[in-house]
Design a protein around this ligand. Sequence first.
Ligand SMILES: Cc1cc2nc3c(=O)[nH]c(=O)nc-3n(C[C@H](O)[C@H](O)[C@H](O)COP(=O)(O)OP(=O)(O)OC[C@H]3O[C@@H](n4cnc5c(N)ncnc54)[C@H](O)[C@@H]3O)c2cc1C
Length: 280
Amino acid sequence: VKRIRRFAYHEPASVREAVEILAAEGGSARPLAGGTDLLVDMKLGKTRPSVVVNLKRITDLEGIDRCNSGTRIGSLVRVSALEASPVVRPVRNLATIGGNLGRASPASDLAPPLIVHRAVVTLEGREGEREVPVEDLFTGPGTTTLEPTEVITSIFVPDLPERAGAAHRKLGKRGGGWDIALAGASAVLVFDQRGRVADARIALASLGPTVLRAREAEDTLRGALPTEDLLAEAARLAAEATRPITDVRASAGYRKTLAAVLSRRVLIEALDQARGRYPT
Ligand SMILES: Cc1cc2nc3c(=O)[nH]c(=O)nc-3n(C[C@H](O)[C@H](O)[C@H](O)COP(=O)(O)OP(=O)(O)OC[C@H]3O[C@@H](n4cnc5c(N)ncnc54)[C@H](O)[C@@H]3O)c2cc1C
């Protein structure tokens, strides 16, 4: 482990102040949220910001608020606050939703469910605010469409329509917990009044350079009755669309097999959920 290079440190009290500091540094400053990625990367010498802008004092970035069409989640909301699990592990107590998206890991646990739920991120920069669908945020492993001077302020998750179901599954290290996914899959299925698939969205983690949409699989489902064979075929197409790598955690072949298994499982669970709530 290398020593962290010296850096200037700021704790602004507002987004505006944070944006001004980022802008003044011309790209060599980095926002810090929970630090579970950034501090590790700085220790390893993978990133060497000259300025670190800790967002923790900006109260505007906290809070989960319901409105009539969805839920707005502040970017500093902790992963531990997002889940119901009574077992809260240390990383979850620090890791934030904004940092998870800012890190742009292809193995992110939060990006696939946010993408299938059509979540939209609000960014604030020098020029003001703009909104970007989560799925348009990532350009590669660790890279985003964010300007270096922009801060993720919140994530809006629209409510699902009627007759819809959603599911997320990941396979991590044995024993579960907050462990980097070997593969992950999320699905949302929306049905029309006749029980046909009106909309299908599938997103996959750890199966390509960014979190992927399985568009061909989705197209196969749209307009069809959700038979077991159709869901299996969609899962096969989803796996076909993946571009996994072999690394220390799993081989590309194993990941492709997982892609099919997890996709099928989330599709069945999304269907069951929709049927449980709104019998078709
Ligand atoms: C042991 C361990 C286990 C992990 N397990 C998992 C796991 O199972 N699943 C998973 O998805 N991740 C996992 N991670 C990765 C990490 O914990 C998550 O990505 C976490 O959500 C990052 O959030 P953070 O607040 O700590 O981000 P930070 O480390 O503070 O920041 C990460 C990146 O995002 C940028 N950033 C942070 N906040 C903002 C903002 N508001 N606006 C713009 N940019 C911002 C930072 O500049 C940095 O580039 C793990 C990490 C560790 C160390």
